[in-house]
Design a protein around this ligand. Structure first.
Ligand code: LLP
Length: 425
């Protein structure tokens, strides 16, 4: 419950039964007892729901949905998505190896990112990925030389920076004039011309990704219109493409943001792209996984100061950095409701030695020490951005399917944190 604003739209897979928060058929307190806290808990049904809803707009044909692995890269989740038919958007050889290990099809992988190393390109060429999304001339030249020297051809799209402003946090806006991402739209035609004449390069598409957690359709549609104008010019110049990759960025409803009508948006994107006989490719991350996960944490202490009340929990910015990094709002719910206990306003804070280590401010909660809290909508950019700061072992992750819970990542132990280090004589 929140002090201000509407409550976030809830995933039906996380709901109260008899005053206790459940996911699917298991109560979160049972899971905490069995696996300890802090704990990431995911619902398989919620992943499947999100996948189906996203794909509805395609009526089953023509598309390629390449899940952005960075949002949640646990192998079990990648496997689940691969089985549902997902392709993958990767940004490192680490993500590539994860997708391969999880059984993902290399021929359905697009490789994004401004700083692809030669060894990363080599591996991607070796396994035969679908497409390199090239972000600079220097990268194009490196890829051409490498592919040519191996007698291979690298399929490419050039990532365009369409110079679009978005309504999102500045840290996650990528399509504006000052961003390091993509090629300036004015320079793109020349670079395509160059790419067409380079050995080892096969042009198959065009790409853009304007940012993340975008909750209005307008910036997407402005980008589409700029990209399609460019596509028309390329076609006139004899550069034929197979696909238009419009990236990810589809916002979810964490708190009081507008609700993005994704089906309608994808419908418009399809129309613009398919008009030219091209295929639409998308790289959604957050929208496929955010609502399918919660971070479960236990209250260690309650503390009152002259300024206010704190709930001190055993998770912090090491487990979920989104609130400190982007001022992100995640709903915080008591796992067990306490009828009769008065609600008070609390800041929910972690144990990390930084004032930024706050998971939620001014939350209306009725809790006592030992209670469990669920930080909602934490399936995207939660575990995948976690760290060992303050020598804190990473949390465990559990996937719930009906009444079954599978540990899909065991909790780190302290020994693992020190394993790579040496004590000099
Ligand atoms: N494609 C590219 C090239 C990207 O850089 C990203 C995300 C995506 C697709 C997926 O975007 P999504 O559909 O998830 O919005 N850590 C931040 C988000 C960073 C997004 C980085 N790039 C957060 O927690 O809000």
């Amino acid at each position: 419950m929140s002090a201000t604003g509407r409550a976030a739209i809830r995933s039906p897979q996380f709901d109260y039964r008899g005053g206790v928060l459940y996911t699917e058929s298991l109560s979160l307190d049972q899971l905490a007892q069995r696996f300890g806290t802090p704990l990431y808990v995911y619902s398989k049904a919620a992943f499947i729901d999100a996948w189906r809803r996203f794909n509805q707009a395609f009526d089953g044909h023509g598309q390629r949905v390449c899940y952005a692995v960075k949002a949640n890269s646990n192998l079990a989740i990648l496997k689940l998505l691969a089985n549902l038919g997902a392709g993958f958007d990767i940004v490192s050889v680490g993500e590539l190896e994860r997708v391969l290990r999880a059984g993902g099809d290399p021929a359905a992988i697009v490789f994004s990112g401004v700083g692809k190393r030669e060894d990363e390109m080599r591996r991607a060429l070796e396994v035969g990925i679908l497409c390199f999304n090239v972000e600079s001339e220097a990268e194009l030249l490196r890829l051409s030389a490498l592919a040519h020297s191996q007698g291979r051809s690298a399929a490419i799209a050039i990532r365009i920076n369409p110079h679009v402003e978005t309504d999102t946090h500045p840290h996650i806006a990528t399509g504006h004039r000052d961003a390091k991402f993509g090629i300036d739209i004015q320079r793109a035609e020349t670079l395509y011309g160059q790419a067409a004449s380079l050995p080892g390069i096969r042009i198959i598409g065009i790409a853009c990704h304007i940012g993340s957690q975008i909750t209005q359709p307008a910036p997407f549609m402005t980008a589409v219109s700029h990209i399609m104008t460019l596509v028309e010019r390329l076609l006139e110049n004899g550069i034929a493409l197979q696909h238009v990759d419009l990236g990810g960025g589809f916002g979810v409803h964490y708190h009081d943001e507008p609700q993005l009508d994704i089906s309608a948006l994808i419908g418009c994107m399809r129309q613009a792209v398919e008009k030219h006989g091209l295929k639409l490719l998308l790289e959604p991350g957050r929208v496929l996984v955010a609502k399918a996960g919660v971070l479960l944490t236990r209250v260690e202490y309650l503390k009152t100061t002259d300024q206010g009340r704190f709930v001190i929990v055993d998770a912090g910015m090491t487990e979920l950095i989104r609130p400190p990094l982007y001022d992100a709002w995640h709903e915080i719910r008591a796992v067990e409701l306490r009828p009769g206990m008065p609600f008070e306003l609390h800041d929910v804070v972690g144990p990390v030695c930084e004032s930024a280590d706050t998971l939620g401010r001014d939350r209306r909660l009725a809790v006592q020490a030992g209670d469990l809290l669920a930080i909602m909508d934490a399936g995207a950019y939660g575990f995948s951005m976690s760290s060992n700061y303050n020598s804190r072992p990473r949390a465990a992750e559990v996937l719930v399917d009906g009444e079954h819970a599978t540990l899909i990542r065991r909790r780190e132990v302290l020994e693992e944190l020190m394993m790579q280090e040496e004590l000099p004589d």
